[in-house]
Design a protein around this ligand. Structure first.
Ligand code: ADP
Length: 456
């Protein structure tokens, strides 16, 4: 069932229940009031009639005549009078005899002085009447036609208005819930229209600051993020294709040219050397891309454990120097390591090593002296690493862009590269809740400061 209908139904059932309780209370209390009022009337009429009989001394036949005449037009009270020994002294109409008096009833009235009960639909009052120090037992019965009709009419009115009311409430409830859910329908319709090809579309946000506007805002913020990452992915794929195409085109051109006519052995060797250089570039690029993809994993998929930064730095230096034996890398510590916890961070060994390799590699490859050094500071809160070189430096114009994927500065013609290293390094440091900053001056050198908290 749709929420709209469910709410309308719930609303109707709730209102119907409340209305039913209200109507039942009104009906029952009016029924009770009628009953007790009529008992009072009965009692007073019985006493008046007994007064006429005993005190005024009206003849019993006259009273019986009045009863018979009145009975035809009114619901006349029928009275019977007994003495304490259950001898009938007076009866309005013995032939009709609504109340079937017994000795037990007589005794009960004498004992309780006043009793009220029903004889079929007739209300009966039994009471003790005192005259000349003599006790008499009176029973008086009558049918409250007027009161009962009034109560019946009230019941009909209540049932009728209850049905009308519920119907109206259901219809109004449907209308109101439709109005209330209209914005949800708008949101659903708009959301249906949003796909990968029109990620720039947004849900309509109404002016009112209600829950639905909040929901639309949240959805729109999510779409902003999705659009951004979608654009980034598109750009990434575009850049990768471009980067892969260049060395491949160079290899193909080189081989085609060589193959176009017969060459000397030396020329063949040159062609093979060139193709090999381009293939190595391709391999380096693909390796970098694989690392980048790895760092882009959902953080929950990356395995973290406590690792010593000094050990990772030594590993990274060894790996860099294996491929570039001419690189000189110095690792220095601010002070002696007394507490190994201070040099330990909770991180991923492979990714951190990769980022240090990139920083060592950049420092050396962008320096004439192929030298770079790292200074390690550590305390209870974090480990700070300053990678510095005395190389060619970075121009001010490029400084803000060097962490962008595939960006290579205007100094890049100085050496080979893919433009992935620093963006990958930044990604890794951020995954470790750390920070990376750069300070550089052209022809003086660069310093990359990495700070890593001990815990994520
Ligand atoms: P790559 O080194 O493959 O070109 P990176 O992402 O590692 O790509 O670096 C991006 C750019 O930042 C480099 O092309 C270079 O212009 C600049 N850069 C990075 N590190 C240094 C450094 N130590 N000295 C001078 N320039 C640097």
């Amino acid at each position: 069932m749709r929420i709209r209908n469910r709410i309308t139904l719930l609303f109707t059932v709730l209102t119907a229940s409340l209305l039913l309780i209200f109507a039942t209370t009104v009906y029952l209390s009016s029924k009770k009031n009628r009953e007790s009022e009529y008992y009072n009337v009965l009692k007073n009429e019985a006493i008046t009639k007994a007064n006429l009989l005993f005190k005024v001394g009206v003849d019993a036949h006259i009273l019986q005549d009045i009863y018979h005449h009145n009975r035809e037009v009114l619901d006349e009270l029928e009275m019977a009078v007994y003495d304490t020994s259950f001898h009938l002294l007076y009866h309005d109409a013995e032939s009709i005899d609504i109340v079937k008096e017994t000795r037990q009833l007589n005794d009960r009235i004498l004992k309780e002085k006043e009793i009220y009960f029903y004889e079929d639909d007739w209300q009966v009052v039994g009471l003790v009447y005192l005259h000349n120090d003599q006790q008499y037992v009176i029973t008086a019965a009558s049918y409250d036609r007027y009161g009962i009709n009034k109560t019946k009419n009230l019941l009909h009115t209540l049932v009728f208005s209850f049905c009308i009311f519920i119907f109206v409430i259901y219809v109004v409830g449907l209308y109101i819930s439709k109005k209330a859910f209209d914005p949800v329908k708008d949101i659903t319709d708009s959301a249906h229209k949003i796909s990968a090809s029109n990620l720039d579309m947004r849900l309509q946000v109404h002016n009112s600051k209600d829950e639905l506007s909040e929901m639309s805002d949240t959805f729109n913020a999510m779409l902003d993020r999705l659009e951004k990452s979608f654009d980034a992915q598109k750009e990434f794929v575009y850049n990768i294709s471009h980067e892969l195409r260049t060395p491949l085109a160079a290899i193909i051109a080189e081989l085609e040219l060589t193959n176009s006519k017969e060459r000397s052995i030396g020329q063949y060797q040159d062609a093979i050397d060139n193709a090999l250089t381009d293939s190595r570039k391709l391999t380096q690029l693909i390796n970098n891309l694989l690392d980048l993809a790895k760092a882009n994993y959902d953080t929950s998929e990356i395995h973290y454990k406590p690792i010593r930064i000094d050990e990772i730095l030594l590993d990274a230096r060894q790996i860099v120097q294996r491929t570039h034996p001419n690189y000189k890398i110095d690792i220095n510590f601010d002070r002696e390591i007394e507490d190994e916890n201070e040099i330990t961070v909770h991180g991923n060994e492979y990714l951190l090593r990769l980022s240090f390799i990139n920083l060592f590699d950049n420092g050396c490859k962008f320096s004439n002296n192929s030298k770079c050094r790292v200074m390690v500071y550590f305390d209870k809160a974090q480990v700070i690493l300053k990678f510095s070189d005395e190389g060619i430096g970075i121009s001010e114009r490029d400084l803000g862009k060097i962490f962008n994927q595939f960006f290579r500065g205007n100094n890049s013609n100085y050496t080979d590269g893919t433009g992935i290293g620093l963006s990958l390094t930044q990604k890794i440091i951020h995954l470790h809740k750390g920070d990376i900053q750069v300070y550089s001056q052209e022809n003086i050198g660069s310093t990359f400061t990495v700070s890593l908290p001990h815990n994520l």
